[in-house]
Design a binder for this molecule. Sequence first.
Ligand code: NAP
Length: 317
Amino acid sequence: MKLLIARPMTAAVEARARAEFDTEIRTSTAPMTEAEMLRALSEFDIVMPTLGDMFSAGVFAQVPEPRCRLLANFGVGYNHIDVAAARGAGVAVSNTPGAVTDATADIAMTLLLMTARRAGEGERLVRSGRWEGWHPTQMLGHHVTGKHVGIVGLGRIGQAIARRCHFGFGMQVSYVARSDKDVDFPATRMDSLAVLAGAVDFLVVAVPGGAETRHLIDAQVLAAMKPSGILVNIARGEVVDEAALIAALSEGQIAGAGLDVYEFEPKVPEALRAMEQVTLLPHLGTATEEVRTGMGHMAMDNVAAFVAGRDLPNPVA
Ligand code: NAP
């Protein structure tokens, strides 16, 4: 069984892959080119792709009888893979749910706090050498404790964020999802995204990417937010209409935004980069050694199950 891993991994993951499988590991950190994806489908039994490897219907159409039988995605989000086209080509898909949850929720809180309390701006001020000292009205931000947070998509990560907001910051939690959630803290499901957006101080986006959620946060949702409202996105860039977000921020319709992901990643519009009220992180959600190793092991567990003829632990529906 030949395995292709699409990016360099942590040492622990690379060691396991090489010990257990006939493994090739790409040395590039950039997404796979179309030519590389065609080779991957033709010459390997299993591929471990990740964010940015666009396994589209067009790619599968060019390899009608792939040697590859499993895309063991490294990451919980798999919106870069056309799952229906994969299935049509006889290629199963798995992902790494759970391994990413707490780390991504922590980054959501980082963005919420940094944006509300102007931490990025303050850090830039200190670094610039222009800070003139404390005074009672210096850099007043938005209070966080006890405020109202709205979670868009109360799944694994959404719930971990809500739990932090409730237990750590005494916040009121409201949400929208496709179904009611049974959670161990008070949380109100709102009738619509617009109602949620209008009610809360912080709107945190935690839905999967893909066609169904593209531009879910659009000009109407942003217009419904309070002028003091802050948007946080740790989901996928395409879930937020970035042009509408820039307009809403420029016009003062909302107070700020904390972003880990971007619509045309890694391109970040100059307009956003110029705004002090925006916190910009380079997709750090799961970026710790432990978490990336945990994700790698989970992806590898799917590879091992596949090789042994067992059910995949984390199949993608
Ligand atoms: P999950 O457990 O599947 O949760 C997703 C939630 O979104 C579910 O509650 C689902 O509702 C809800 N949802 C789906 N479509 C919706 C819609 N159209 N409107 C409202 N709610 C909708 O997934 P997760 O593990 O929390 O991960 C969520 C996403 O976070 C991933 O898909 C990935 O793209 C992103 N992510 C980002 C990073 C990062 O580094 N920034 C790291 C990890 C993950 P139902 O349960 O009712 O269906």
